[in-house]
Design a protein around this ligand. Structure first.
Ligand code: SF4
Length: 209
């Protein structure tokens, strides 16, 4: 097969092309639904990821993920060293597993907790994250905020993910890449990065004093 021959079977070449490049929630939901019924979804996602690792630029929907979600997966791979298993992620879309995933997520369980509950499915955290995104859920690394959680979102993220933020920054991740990895809005990631950076500086000054 020619390297781009698979494109002839792509759903987006015949339906809803504009929605693949719009950034409204409605357009993304429409595009994602088309992707999930597309016969070349796996090839599309893997090809986009290969291209984007080199080109470092990404746009539009590909393989059922937005550009920002694909950026998050790339950093997931860099930080944790694992890639999603696309077949396993597909399996997690069936009603039994998807209900479990959604319930556990809203109860504030971590990706690792969810992975441990998936008896019979070979899934890592990246696979769970991909399945959640395909389901139209937030695939955030940050657990959903619980009722009565007393502190602000950026403070909470800085506390829970301090080591990951430090590692991301030491690997050269921009603030937007930190936001993509965590799966949160840029202004929240921005404040969390500031908080971690200020804490780091304070520690350095304390040691030097
Ligand atoms: S997976 Fe989505 S973006 Fe990729 S070829 Fe199919 S419809 Fe187009």
């Amino acid at each position: 097969m020619q390297s781009d021959e698979w494109l002839t079977a792509a759903s987006c070449t015949v339906e809803g092309g504009d929605s693949f490049y719009a950034d409204t929630q409605k357009a993304q939901d429409t595009a994602r639904a088309a992707c999930l019924g597309c016969p070349v979804l796996a090839t599309c996602l893997l090809t986009a990821q290969d291209r984007e690792r080199v080109a470092k630029e990404r746009w539009g929907m590909a393989g059922g993920l937005t550009a920002q979600q694909r950026l998050g997966l790339m950093w997931e791979e860099r930080v944790h060293g694992h890639r999603p298993d696309l077949d396993a992620a597909r399996e997690l879309l069936n009603p039994w597993w998807s209900n479990l995933l959604i319930q556990m997520r809203w109860k504030g369980r971590s990706f690792d907790d969810i992975v441990n509950r998936l008896d019979g499915v070979q899934a890592n955290a990246a696979t769970v994250r991909l399945a959640l995104w395909w389901l139209g859920m937030p695939g955030t690394r940050v657990r959903p905020r619980q009722a009565g959680d007393p502190i602000g979102e950026a403070v909470r993220i800085a506390g829970l993910h301090e080591a990951e933020i430090q590692e991301l920054r030491s690997l050269g991740a921009s603030r937007n890449e930190v936001a993509a990895y965590l799966g949160v809005k840029l202004h929240i990631a921005d404040r969390a990065v500031d908080r971690v950076t200020i804490a780091d500086r304070a520690e350095v000054l304390e040691v030097a004093a």
